[in-house]
Design a protein around this ligand. Structure first.
Ligand SMILES: *Cc1c(COP(=O)(O)O)cnc(C)c1O
Length: 228
């Protein structure tokens, strides 16, 4: 007879993965995605050499950051940002990876005190649930952001479909890279658009081969250990 072992899941840091990530950090920015772990684990990540962290919920970012203000961490917001959360969180972040609509730009302009580095999020898949601006709207959207002097378009962000084959993932990332080139080559002062935020645990090697400058890595950093 099989006995069910139902353990408590506890995330711990995978030391071997961290050494690989530190290696990646020599040539690219790695945003350690910390949405599944608490402040103590983030503090440990910082001790190990992680410099940039990413959260996808405003309330989580605020509560975790409050306990870590003694650390020189760079805070990235990587999730969909609801307009009604902008006021509370926008002056607590250094980079926003998910600018995807003008109504969000208006809220940022209203509440942000200094210029904010923003990636425009682009919808790269057929999946209706994924956030982001349609590719054909990106160039005009970026031009239009000149109206908001708190916003600097530093690059484009995108996600490939989760379980697609390598060829399709590569097509998504190359589409994003070409769009980035198009915006960058306009030479707009408010939109230098040099960077590409793409690549997660499953597909970061493909993203790197396609020119990613900012990887957003979560699961690879942790091992979940089951306890009785
Ligand atoms: C969770 C998340 C990631 C990290 O994904 P992993 O598969 O855990 O590496 C990256 N980007 C966004 C927007 C996320 O929400």
């Amino acid at each position: 007879m099989r006995t069910e072992r139902r353990g408590i899941c506890e995330m711990t840091i995978d030391r071997k993965a961290i050494s690989e990530v530190l290696d990646l950090m020599k040539t690219t920015t790695v945003v350690a995605v910390t949405k599944t772990v608490g402040s103590a684990t983030i503090r440990e990540l910082a001790t190990l050499g992680i410099t940039d962290v990413g959260e996808n919920r405003a309330t989580d970012l605020l509560s975790k950051k409050a306990g870590l203000c003694d650390l020189p961490l760079v805070w990235h917001f990587i999730g969909t940002l609801q307009s009604n959360k902008v006021k509370r969180v926008i002056n607590e972040i250094d980079w926003l990876h998910s600018l995807d609509r003008e109504s969000l730009a208006i809220e940022i302009q209203k509440h942000r005190q200094t210029k904010l580095n923003c990636f425009v999020e682009v919808h790269l898949t057929d999946e209706p649930t994924k956030a982001g601006l349609l590719p054909e709207l990106v160039v005009e959207f970026c031009q239009n952001m000149v109206k908001y002097d708190k916003i600097v378009i530093v690059g484009l962000m995108g996600m490939a479909p989760l379980n697609a084959d390598e060829g399709l993932i590569r097509d998504c990332f190359l589409t994003l890279a070409r769009l980035r080139d198009q915006v960058r080559d306009l030479g707009l002062p408010h939109a230098p658009c040099k960077f590409l935020s793409m690549g997660m645990t499953n597909d970061y090697k493909i993203a790197l081969a396609c020119g990613a400058t900012h990887l957003r890595l979560g699961r690879i950093l942790y091992c979940s250990k089951a306890r009785d």
